[in-house]
Design a protein around this ligand. Structure first.
Ligand SMILES: *[C@@H]1O[C@H](CO)[C@@H](O)[C@H](O)[C@H]1NC(C)=O
Ligand SMILES: *[C@@H]1O[C@H](CO)[C@@H](O)[C@H](O)[C@H]1NC(C)=O
Length: 182
């Protein structure tokens, strides 16, 4: 009796452990599995949803909110870095690019925020146009770097990783809102 009791309680412990371990890394829902391969970066897309357990049961609007939060956080990080690069760079065409980028990122972040708020309103469909505009502003920043005459220094190169992530996230948000919001 004692034996079977301790055996079953250790079985319970193992079961609990399995449940806990599974719970901490959420499985992509069918909707996430449908959306992510359609975006510019499937891996990044799966990653943002995996890090938020709400994505398991979220509808398109819910997934859009999760993606926008990730996009805003990334754009915010890029914007902060842009600010310090701008401040530490002497007058030059590079400094001008930083300034253009600061404006574009500020605009993009505010458009994403407006888009997120619109999702809870009857006018939720206008969120897609705003997300397209946000992508345009973030891409303008990428383009202004490409057009720079000078070779890039290492500070710029590591910064380009940040803009690439922000840019990919903006495009992921845009696909969700433009192609999947009905
Ligand atoms: C953006 O960054 C600023 C400065 O680091 C911080 O105070 C703010 O909370 C951040 N906002 C978001 C939405 O992450
Ligand atoms: C942001 O993009 C829009 C086009 O969608 C453009 O008209 C506007 O000038 C851009 N904003 C900045 C600060 O460059």
């Amino acid at each position: 009796m004692d034996f079977s009791c301790s055996k079953s309680s250790s079985l319970m412990v193992s079961l609990l452990l399995v449940l806990l371990l599974n719970g901490s890394s959420s499985q992509p829902s069918d909707l996430v599995r449908t959306i992510c391969p359609r975006t510019i970066n499937n891996i990044l897309c799966l990653q943002i949803f995996k890090s938020d357990p709400h994505s398991e049961t979220a509808d398109v609007k819910g997934l859009a909110r999760i993606a926008i939060d990730a996009g805003e956080a990334s754009a915010n990080q890029t914007l902060n870095t842009l600010g310090s690069l701008f401040n530490s760079t002497p007058a030059s065409s590079l400094k001008d690019v930083y300034q253009t980028c600061v404006r574009n990122y500020e605009t993009a972040i505010s458009k994403l925020e407006t888009a997120k708020n619109l999702l809870s309103s009857p006018n939720y469909k206008s969120a897609s146009g705003l997300s397209t505009d946000a992508t345009t502003n973030i891409s303008s920043c990428d383009t202004s770097f490409i057009l720079l005459p000078e070779p890039y220094g290492s500070a710029v190169l590591s910064f380009l990783d940040l803009t690439r992530k922000s840019s990919n996230l903006a495009r992921i948000i845009e696909i969700i809102l433009v192609d999947f919001l009905v």
